[in-house]
Design a protein around this ligand. Sequence first.
Ligand SMILES: [Fe+2]
Length: 366
Amino acid sequence: MPSLISSITPDLQPEFLQVVDYIYRRMVNLQKGANVLILTDSRMPRKTVIAFQGVAMMMGAEVMVAENRHALPIPMQPSDKWNNMVKAASREADIIVDMSVGYGDFMAEFTERGGVVVSPGDGPGGWCTEESLIRTMLHVDLDALRKEAEHIAALFTEAKTCYITSEEGTDFEADIGDLEGDPLDGFLWDFEKEEYRTSFVFLPPAQPGVIVPRGRGDGVIALDAVIQADPAFGQDYPESPVFVTIEKGRVVDIAGNGFSADRLRIWLESLNSEQAYNGPVHINIGNNPRARFSEISEFERVRGVITFGMGDVSVLSGVLGMADDMEGNLAAPAHWDVVMKRPTLRLDDKVVSENGIIRSELPPVG
Ligand SMILES: [Fe+2]
């Protein structure tokens, strides 16, 4: 994995204040008097928290910082139970800036009450957050990125079938006829309609795609980029592909690269949960030209990669307000993500990306 150490400094970078200002103004539409609750833990540098705290104060918001114990490792977060103090504070908040929790059991209740969440490091971004957000947001045309993400989301919405193939051996399809694409571009507020577009965003942007109901999707996915599953191994970058066979939205076989395949198989068995094998629960294509394979979850936004979310979808569908529309038991002890580096994505007969390269001229919508 490429190192980012040379880009990380002990001091707050002035560019980061520009990024935070952009997030509050353009993505969250933070207003004077709003109640902002910042959730963090000791893994997040204080300077990074201060930037979000101070800029919100400058804009006239009421700000409270709550530093909590470490949340469980990312894949295990659906199993985490948050203490009542955090829940009580969230009841008085309008906006949560989540810098540690990721998925949390109280987040769905919070968004149900009309609260909105922005997660600048997609959960516990830690020391990478500042460098990552400057690189992927300040150095990128975010309006163009958003437009492209919206276009791809619209292609997902109109398509009946999603096909994913790759030279590494991916050959997968899923019925998405009734699903709505989501640009997942980080913008909470719609300045034209003057309303919230969604209740939960994570950064950096973007990864347009769909949340997939239970029982859908058949074929093989060849994982040649990242497997974020067993917390003991963090992000696993397999040296040769791991082949996961999926039938009717459920993992039935894991083969290929012995070491990585064994890790995944043994970890899934250890969870002792049939639900953990469900998936994909989300399918997304990254489109950020500056996102890299780094320590934080920006790997899902790397331009052209496709991520499958697996296992739990109760928390994700909950924070997005979609849980009531989805059938079956959505909960699992873990939510794990797997990434294909250079797949081809076809939505019906429209080719969105080829061998990991998103078309510079996307097929038209309609
Ligand atoms: Fe995921």
